[in-house]
Design a protein around this ligand. Structure first.
Ligand SMILES: [Zn+2]
Length: 412
């Protein structure tokens, strides 16, 4: 049985490895806090009888052998998440999934279960990219997407490159390529994570089964009108760029609201020029951030916004736009989702299928292995802040679900 006291101790202990005590968890990659946290994880893995090792990227693994030594069942199932944090973050983001991995290893032992597949419990770093701006690093290294050149180019705010930081940490950064695992060499990857949003708590649901991790399209829009005198220019002779921008901003909001599929649309940054109280706004630039589990939806929303921008030209405005970021949505594995659903029902917990609005290592792992994610509720939807919280009982439910899912995937 999943033990609530044990996971509480894990979470509380991990939270002590921070460079900002009393002000949330700040655990940057290849720091002293990383070292202490990783020592704790390894110690717990050792206690659970796992074979502990680190790959070339510095990701921590604990391996538990299975009964089958050849064929498809000799390929490992992977369970885990990341243990780095954002500055002044919470105790649960990432760590909850690492603790889930530790606890599942213990429960397998206690229940005397020998799986057919080997199971590798994994703890990634630099998922947040908080130190080097190199997010999803551990999983990208497994995919083979991190080069020595990238390690040299990624620097922290003290000017230390990731390449150097790894060396002083005791890793051979020149060998980063060795972290790569071939397509088909991992039977499944399952990540438990806190939701980081308010949906599960708001709807009183125990478990989120992640259908897809949303894609992101981000644009910058510029509308140029005429910066005229606010006193002498009559209303019908104005080309007020801000009024037109305001219409488009509301349009982004409306389109996202009606789209479904976990779609969200945000205008989070705007600049008005010349920016004086007595001048009609002559130029406005703003961002549009669209996220959805469906690429089609992302594109449809943008196309409608684009038409709105084009239409401004007929009204005497100049208007431009450019794409800043385009990331495709990632669909997670249907078979594993079904196993999660069955496991949740068996345990008597409520669940819903949902999109993940945030990126996770699972989105990278999905490109090399069948991958799934389980969400547990976040109190008040808060994350990336010291207030981040998940009740231990809720976390325990999520771990039980991942445990059941592991057994189903193993038997498949
Ligand atoms: Zn995370």
């Amino acid at each position: 049985m999943v033990n609530v006291e044990r996971i509480k101790k894990d979470i509380e202990t991990m939270a002590e490895f921070t460079s900002t005590p009393g002000e949330g968890v700040t655990r940057l990659s290849f720091s002293d806090d990383d070292r202490k946290a990783r020592e704790y994880i390894k110690e717990e893995m050792n206690k659970a009888g796992l074979k502990v090792y680190e790959d070339a990227a510095g990701t921590v693994f604990g391996r538990r052998e299975g009964s089958k030594k050849r064929g498809k069942k000799a390929i490992p199932i992977m369970i885990g998440s990341h243990f780095d944090s954002v500055p002044h973050g919470g105790a649960f983001d990432g760590t909850a999934g690492v603790v889930a991995a530790l606890e599942i290893a213990r429960v397998l032992n206690e229940e005397g279960i020998v799986t057919e597949h080997p199971v590798e419990f994994v703890a990634f770093i630099e998922e947040e990219g908080s130190r080097f701006g190199s997010g999803l690093y551990g999983s990208r290294a497994i995919k083979g997407d991190v080069s020595v050149e990238q390690l040299k180019a990624a620097v922290d705010d003290k000017g230390i490159s990731m390449y150097e930081a790894m060396k002083s940490f005791g890793l051979d950064s020149a060998k980063i390529g060795e972290a790569k695992r071939e397509q088909g060499s991992i039977a499944a990857f399952i990540e438990l994570h806190i939701e980081q949003g308010p949906i599960l708590e708001h709807e009183g649901i125990d478990i989120g089964i992640v259908d897809s991790i949303v894609g992101i399209s981000e644009y910058e829009v510029e509308i140029i009108g005429s910066p005229d005198h606010a006193g002498t220019t009559p209303m019908d002779l104005r080309h007020d760029a801000l009024v037109e921008a305001a219409d488009l901003i509301i349009y982004v909001n409306e389109l996202a609201k009606t789209a479904g599929e976990g779609t969200v649309g945000t205008v989070g940054k705007i600049r008005v020029e010349p920016g004086a109280a007595n001048v009609v706004p002559g130029r406005v630039t703003f961002t549009v951030d669209i996220r959805s589990g469906e690429q089609e939806t992302m594109d449809e929303i943008w196309n409608k916004i684009r038409e709105g921008i084009e239409a401004l030209k007929e009204k005497g405005f100049d208007a431009n736009y450019s794409n800043r970021l385009y990331v495709l949505p990632v669909k997670l594995d249907e078979d594993i989702k079904k196993f999660i659903e069955d496991g949740t029902q068996k345990l008597g917990y409520s669940y819903k299928r949902m999109a993940s609005g945030a990126g996770h290592d699972a989105m990278v792992m999905a490109s090399i292995a069948p991958t799934a994610m389980v969400f547990v509720p976040s109190k008040n939807g808060k994350s990336h802040c010291p207030e981040e919280w998940t009740d231990y009982e809720d976390l325990a439910k999520g771990i039980e679900v991942v445990f059941e899912t592991l057994l189903s995937v193993d038997k498949k």
